[in-house]
Design a binder for this molecule. Structure first.
Ligand code: NAD
Length: 470
């Protein structure tokens, strides 16, 4: 711990959150560093903070209080310290373990260290968690947006985001192309083209397993019934396909008495209909095309059925599997479709990095867009909460933007701290305020009979509505 960060002392009244052996200890007055953010972040932060403080006060009457500690990044840091990302700011996020970050301008021209990437790497924030659900009344393109209630666990450290890329025409790309074409592809007809840029997509056992483990543990802790592993393994077998395979290894190896896979559930459901079904008959349920497949494939499926019955017949059969978490998988493109057509079948999604990037923004759009989408980046012992939208520079300093994402970050933060009462106060009061059709312009323009509220007006109404029954 440092005495000062960017020359400023952390609040004397607070204490740091601590972490040991997988458990956080949260003092009643935790110091939580925050980055206000650039552009609209300024409007959003001051109003969101007022709502969060009001909720904690109402819930705990002064016994608990967040000691916010401003740390600098982005334009403010550049103005005051001539540095877009002072090392002290990164260090404060590390030392105090849990922090909240507003959107930051990405300076045009490049060459600037990205705070997100720096924090992700230094604290190994391997889970990007984005809950996506609908609040009644929020304009949505869906016919039944209330059926969307998913939490996306996106792997945050590897995949194409590893940043291992080689520019077309460079000496490096020529070296790599030569190596791949001659050493690895020599005996095949495949060749990398002379005018291609190349990127490397690493997906590791460790990276995949810890992400899927976190997703399943979240379902166990939160009573969620389905965990879906999302992948593109039909095309990218040794990366996306391996993510899927390792995901199932975690499910079956570490959560065996809590989960049933979709294939296993088909076997038990078929047995329920016909308790006398033979393994051969059950194999046809698992793989309907097995009758037309080569004998070796049929034998493999029959062996799979026998293996399932032997290994988990006692623990899962006779309906016991129905009370367990269903672990299934979907190819990513089908997942986009399913989330639109039958969202109620999904609950927790575990995805690789790029798929999760696309999927979480698309899912957010289904329930009202980025203005109301919170997220958190989590590692072992660290969490950085952040709104998923940018700085909306054209709306900055006009008191018009929607503070919803940061408010919902507050909900996630308080749930994370174990301050569920404060979280519920904010979420219920925001729901009530939207139900009253008192909303910021981004929502008002899509709602019949809405009153357009300023950022501060919306926040003030949420505070007024705190504790009212929804
Ligand atoms: P943006 O998210 O700022 O804006 C996209 C659209 O959404 C705009 O129409 C904007 O007006 C609207 N919008 C965003 N937040 C809103 C809110 N709270 N209420 C109402 N409307 C809202 O994305 P952009 O325009 O592509 O990027 C602007 C700047 O933000 C860029 O400098 C970019 O690099 C940065 N950015 C930062 C982050 C981050 O720090 N996490 C994320 C994305 C973009």
């Amino acid at each position: 711990m440092q005495d000062t960060y960017n020359g400023v002392r952390p609040p004397d009244a607070g204490k740091a959150i601590e972490y040991s052996d997988g458990v956080y200890s949260v003092p009643d007055h935790p110091i939580v560093p925050f980055i206000e953010g650039d552009g609209s972040g300024r409007d959003i932060w001051k109003n969101a903070r007022a709502v969060m403080d009001a909720a904690v006060l109402k819930a705990y009457g002064g016994a608990r209080r967040v000691e916010w500690f401003e740390i600098l990044a982005g334009e403010k840091a550049y103005r005051l310290h001539n540095d877009w990302l002072p090392q002290d700011s990164v260090q404060a996020c590390i030392d105090f373990r849990v922090s909240l970050k507003g959107p930051l301008t990405t300076p045009v021209g490049g060459g600037i260290r990205s705070l997100n990437v720096t924090l992700r790497q230094t604290m190994d924030l391997y889970q990007c968690i984005r809950p996506v659900k609908h609040y009644p009344g929020v304009p949505s393109p869906m016919v039944k947006p209330d059926e969307v209630d998913v939490v996306i666990f996106r792997e945050n450290t590897e995949d194409i985001y590893a940043g291992i890329e080689f520019k077309e025409g460079s000496a490096d790309v020529a070296k790599l192309r030569e190596f791949v074409n001659t050493e690895l592809l020599g005996n095949t007809k495949k060749r990398l083209r002379d005018d291609a840029g190349l990127g490397i997509k690493p997906i590791s056992v460790r990276g995949s397993k810890r992400l899927v483990r976190a997703a399943i543990q979240y379902a166990v802790d939160g009573g969620r019934k389905v965990v879906t592993i999302v992948h593109k393994g039909n095309i990218q077998k040794f990366t996306e396909g391996a993510f899927l395979e390792w995901g199932y290894e975690v499910a079956k190896g570490e959560f065996r008495d809590r989960v049933v896979t979709e294939r296993e559930s088909w076997i038990f459901a078929a047995l329920e209909k016909n308790p006398a079904a033979t393994p051969e008959e059950l194999a046809k349920v698992v793989e309907p095309g097995v009758a037309f497949a080569p004998a070796s494939f049929a034998e493999k499926i029959v062996a799979e059925v026998k293996g399932v019955l032997e290994a988990i017949g006692a623990s899962h059969d006779e309906g016991k599997w129905k009370g367990m978490i269903l672990v299934n998988d979907r190819i990513c493109d089908a997942m986009f479709q399913d989330l639109l057509l039958k969202p109620s079948e999904y609950s927790v999604l575990a995805t690789t990095n790029l798929n999760g990037d696309y999927l979480s923004d698309a899912a957010a759009a289904q329930v009202g867009g980025l203005g109301i989408a919170p997220g958190v980046n989590v590692g072992d012992g660290f969490a950085v909460f952040e709104a998923t939208h940018g700085t909306a520079p054209r709306l900055a300093d006009q008191d018009v933007v929607n503070p919803g994402s940061v408010l919902l970050c507050g909900v996630l933060l308080f749930e994370f701290l174990g301050w569920g009462e404060a979280a519920k106060l904010i979420e219920d009061a925001m729901t009530e305020t939207i139900r009253q059709k008192f909303v910021t312009v981004d929502f008002a323009k899509g709602m019949d009979g809405a009153t357009t509220a300023s950022t501060s007006g919306f926040a003030a109404r949420i505070v007024e509505n705190m504790g009212k029954v929804v």
